[in-house]
Write a protein that binds this ligand. Structure first.
Ligand code: HEC
Ligand code: HEC
Length: 250
């Protein structure tokens, strides 16, 4: 080490004074271009708002069999709910994602067939419910029944996969902020789902986003249980960041 370095005050050596939030704990919003950030911020420009507006229509729609609409049983709305999903479902005795819970209400409480994962109705209702938590800190439940699932999620997150033999962590922790085939690798946090993605020219779920990542490393897609485990771990990683739903991504 050069002698003059020893004379520098320690904070300068450590780079303090810059924005030193570790890259691995930042929202994907922070690595987007200013134009895309503006699109997400401005409700008049954010295309995902069309889905949440349709979600409000589904929320009030009565099923043809005379069972109540969503609003019929949930008149007080869903403020803060999305910020604490996935959660443990008492009736199902396992963790459920927000979209699994919506489908549970659809099948058990409305006697209607479940919606498929990328269907317009499920994305619209997820966006509508998620938007009611927009701006609130992500608050994963402190529920010991979720621990085992979260740990399994972290193990998956750190396990190498696919022909490229890369783990989620190797991209989203070790290489966050670096460029990869024209994209900036974000920290891989699920702060704004479902999202409007420019590449899709439409709305998609977190499950769809994760399929893009596993396909990217030529790995088999994760099954539904593994997706729930990974989602639980991702929300734990994002604890305290703001819900952005419905977000825009490149
Ligand atoms: C080869 C590197 C790589 C691997 C491995 C990888 N991803 Fe990604 N991931 C990316 C890139 C690049 C993007 C952003 C693409 C874009 O913006 O066009 C992304 C996006 C994401 C996002 C969206 C973040 C946001 O702000 O909405 C999540 C969540 C995510 N990844 C999670 C995962 C998980 C979980 C795994 C492991 C199962 C994984 N990724 C594996 C490269 C990777
Ligand atoms: C007949 C009454 C009924 C209807 C109709 C109904 N739900 Fe539910 N909902 C419940 C009950 C009861 C629960 C408690 C957990 C359970 O039963 O799974 C619940 C729980 C939920 C939760 C989790 C709330 C939390 O605080 O964790 C969400 C989200 C939800 N419902 C969304 C919906 C949506 C969206 C619809 C319409 C598609 C709907 N519900 C229709 C009765 C209903």
């Amino acid at each position: 080490m050069r002698a003059w370095l020893l004379l520098l005050p320690l904070p300068l050596l450590l780079g303090a004074g810059r924005d030193d939030t570790p890259m691995a704990s930042r929202s994907g919003f922070d690595v987007m271009t200013p134009a895309l950030q503006a699109m997400q911020r401005d409700d008049a420009q954010n295309p995902a708002l069309l889905w949440s507006a349709n979600g409000a229509t589904h929320w009030k729609a009565e099923p043809p069999n005379g069972r109540p609409a969503c609003v019929g049983c949930h008149a007080t709305g869903m403020a803060g709910v999305a910020a604490r999903y996935p959660s443990f479902s008492e009736p199902l005795k396992r963790p459920v994602t927000l979209s699994q819970q919506i489908n549970r209400c659809r099948t058990e409480h409305q006697d209607q067939p479940a919606w498929t994962s990328e269907s317009e109705a499920l994305l619209a209702l997820s966006a509508y419910i998620g938007q009611q938590s927009r701006g609130l800190p992500i608050a994963p439940p402190q529920d010991a029944r979720l621990d085992e699932w979260r740990q399994a999620g972290e193990a998956l997150y750190r396990q190498r996969m696919g022909q490229l033999n890369l783990s989620c962590a190797q991209c989203h922790e070790a290489r966050a902020g670096q460029r990869l085939a024209g994209a900036t690798i974000p920290s891989g946090l699920a702060t704004g789902y479902p999202i409007y993605r420019l590449e899709w020219q439409g709305m998609g779920s977190l499950q769809r986003r994760l399929r893009n990542c596993t396909t990217g490393v030529r790995a088999a897609p994760l099954n539904e249980e593994a997706l729930t485990q990974v989602e639980l771990y991702l929300m734990q990683r994002a604890a305290g960041l703001r819900v952005e739903t419905p977000a825009v991504r490149p």
